[in-house]
Design a protein around this ligand. Sequence first.
Ligand code: G2I
Length: 447
Amino acid sequence: MRSLRTGLSLAALVTGAALLFAAPVAHAADTPLRDLADAQGKVVGTAVTGSKLTGTYGDIAGAQFNSLTPGNAMKWGTVEPAQGSFNWSEADQIVAFAQAHHQQVRGHTLVWHSQNPSWLTNGSWTTAQLGSLLRNHISTEVGRYKGEIAAWDVVNEPFDEDGTYRSTLWYDGLGAGYIADALTWAHAADPDAKLYINDYNVEGVNAKSTALYNLVKDLRSRGVPIDGVGLQAHLILGQVPSSLQQNIQRFADLGVDVAITELDVRMALPSDATKLAQQAADYRSVVNACVAVARCAGVTVWGFTDSDSWVPSTFPGYGAATPYDENYAPKPAYSAIAAALGGTTTPPPTGACTAAYSVPSQWNTGFTGQVRISCSGASLSSWKAKWTFGAGQRITQAWNATCTQSGSAVSCANASYNDAVPDGGSVTFGFNGSWSGSNPVPAVTLG
Ligand code: G2I
């Protein structure tokens, strides 16, 4: 019985504290990113994992973004794990979620050197066989989602860092012509989808982005259906290329759209306020650069929460790369994205006095309750703490405060000797009460 009592009061204490500390950082009143982006005619998207689209993860994905990219669900290895045996379940789920939330879908990705099924990579194929495998894959997948995908990352990561073609299953087997073929086949399967080539380390002007530029220019001149380039933007803290906007502009000047497709900004762990401020500045510069160029379609983050990011497993010791932390609290980067999209965010409170309710002890019919009022960056010259009991509890006796109860409403005012709560200080009062059935912790407001 004793240990049960201790367990109850500890749970009550933790719950009470969590309730009160959550309140000052609420962002509920801010305009969702997707509304800000809509007003700019831009996309603000996120990569998602289908199985996670419930609860808080689903709420944020649906409320904040106007576009979703399946992080893995549309890759060849996922959709055709065995030859001729298709699994569309996660892709279908994400498309259905997007439609229910009036979101675009960015299809990712049709032709890549990675995450291909082993039957494909281990097979030995003639050039003709490989070509028809690719054609069938593109026709099948793009055809399945015809009319439902706003843009496809048709070809992913075709270049090496020096601007030469990457040696891959596709390049080695089919030559550089696989890129034009893939675009042409995708266009035939869904003429309305915007078709992109997507790569990383092509955000600034450099050898790799110049190779991509020359390829797009060549494809355009030959009438190959290419609508856009995706700049993945897997960035390192403090290293947004200074030529980002200029680079976006030069692609736009070729007559194609540009999208930031996989933005994240990784840092050495642990994060701290200085790093998070730098990260916010980095996110802001990237979104600013996109907003500044009319043909920049928008920005997609590669996972919106640090709990759903590829970074920690790929770069041990690095992480915290997304705009929300692991507990779905928006980070400074979130406010930076909002600001770059023209929004204003509620500044974090500079100082506050809060009240924490706890139940230090509880027995079969009674309990002792306690409220601690503490101030940081603020102070009080008198106080009144109010709450509503949710389960018929009644106060029988109080100390260090004068408490009155009317029905379920309780109001406790300071005594003459503890009216002042200085900045950095606290005051505690207590009471005994009766309960039956349950003794839930109420939220306390200060007046
Ligand atoms: O690597 C980061 C991205 C670079 N650009 C293309 C993107 O498609 C790529 O995304 C990542 C996914 O975010 C990861 O989630 O691609 C990785 C594969 O290269 C994905 O990682 C894989 C793991 O390697 C698998 O072990 C795991 O089963 O994710 C799979 C699903 O969780």
